[in-house]
Design a protein around this ligand. Structure first.
Ligand SMILES: *Cc1c(COP(=O)(O)O)cnc(C)c1O
Length: 397
């Protein structure tokens, strides 16, 4: 991660195909296209890569989560269980549909704790959204079992775990409906883009129509298409899809490089008894996009994080003090800072956030460092980095 590090002639060729015929839109203009349908080709490629029946490309990962929730019928007043450690897109998408994000603790997998999920279920709960953070995953069997017991929709955000697997299945394809992001910093990128994947024909049809103003996409005349239900515009462009098409074909190569670099770093840090790695559920194989580990306490973790920065070990994140990924710094959510009035239902539903504490999540995130694995490092650079990281950690413990 990220795929842009290795842009090549393959990406250029796909983009040039689109510029040659000039059709930047994914639908219509059949005569002008000279046979180029980049979004359709990318959907078909993703469908085999992620071993899933249906794929709908959209304009971003945030759009993918929104479209996935909408396609599964999540809306006004519904509670959606999500983790305290994720990207802001999770609650943004839930709230956009008038639903209520119910934040629950994570465990040592750095994803949803199945027992915290179980404890948070109410009569208003409609869905559980697992977020496969930093290249690994939750205990999918345990989470699915909670969903089955309570008849809940199971949604999987695999934006940060492209290429990881659980019991042989690609992450993103395991729950009822899955989401990917192909934004600029993800393992494969379109520049901006995302995908909804599912084996449910109904969810797919919903996603296909909803992401394009409710169009039914029947026939070859957009003006004559009917709108079976309301929709919105979350379309991807042909230019973005073209970049993604070249990138997805290179995914096996990217995962190999990530694995090599991750393994060198992990082996170096394994020599330090105080370093503890995140838990990978049984049957899980990481995408190796990040190396995550725990240090003994908050103070040490802060010191190591600072020393990493001072000594040029970049892209290692201490999410406890970071605005993007953890509840602790999400004041705009806790204070409900919205440009427009929020529904009374959502306001009421989010009151808990002003007082609720998440000690279990704090205990993990305070001690966690999450180091991005780059694709462009040479083996020599990774080895030097591994040595430097180990030295710094040893000197601060
Ligand atoms: C990147 C990301 C998203 C959102 O994707 P965008 O394409 O940037 O909108 C959603 N969830 C997670 C976990 C992400 O990392």
């Amino acid at each position: 991660m990220p795929g842009f590090e290795l842009f090549s002639d393959l990406e250029r060729k796909e983009v040039n195909d689109v510029l040659d015929n000039g059709v930047l839109m994914r639908y219509g203009f059949d005569g002008m296209r000279k046979g180029h349908w980049k979004a359709k080709a990318l959907e078909s490629e993703l469908s085999s890569t992620f071993n899933t029946k249906y794929v709908q490309l959209v304009s971003s990962g945030t759009a993918a989560v929104t479209v996935a929730l909408a396609s599964a019928g999540v809306g006004a007043g519904d509670e959606v269980i999500m983790p305290t450690f994720t990207f802001v897109a999770s609650f943004e998408a839930i709230m956009m549909l008038g639903a209520i994000p119910v934040l629950v603790d994570i465990d040592s997998t750095l994803t949803l704790d199945p027992s915290a999920v179980e404890a948070a279920v109410t009569s208003r709960t409609k869905a559980v959204m697992v977020v496969q953070m930093c290249g690994s995953m939750g205990d999918m069997d345990a989470l699915r079992s909670v969903c089955e017991t309570h008849n809940l929709i199971f949604i999987e955000d695999a934006c940060q775990a492209i290429g990881g697997t659980y019991k042989g299945q690609p992450l993103g394809s395991i729950a009822d409906i899955g989401c990917f992001s192909f934004d600029f910093v993800k393992t494969i990128t379109c520049g901006e883009g995302g995908a909804v994947v599912t084996n449910s024909e109904a969810y797919y049809t919903h996603a296909d129509h909803y992401s394009d103003h409710g169009h039914d996409h029947i026939g070859h005349d957009r003006g004559a298409e009917t709108h079976p239900f309301l929709g919105y515009n979350f379309r991807i462009s042909e230019l973005h899809a073209a970049v993604g098409l070249a990138q997805v074909r290179r995914l096996p190569e990217f995962i190999e490089i990530q694995k090599r670099n991750y393994t060198i770093l992990r082996e170096a840090l394994s020599q330090i008894p105080e370093v503890e790695f995140r838990k990978i559920p049984n049957g899980g194989v990481e995408s190796y996009a990040f190396l995550n580990f725990f240090l003994p306490d908050l103070d040490t973790t802060r010191k190591v994080s600072e020393a990493f920065k001072e000594n040029g070990v970049d892209a290692c994140f201490h999410y406890y003090d970071n605005n993007w990924h953890y509840i602790r710094k999400w004041d705009h959510l806790k204070d409900l800072k919205s440009l427009f009035p929020i529904s009374a239902e959502v306001k009421e539903g989010l009151k808990y956030l002003t007082s609720k504490t998440f000690e279990q999540s704090d205990a993990f995130i305070a001690r966690n460092l999450s180091c991005l694995i780059k694709l462009s490092w040479t083996e020599y650079e990774v080895k030097a980095r591994a040595e430097k990281m180990a030295q710094i950690i040893t000197s601060k413990i």
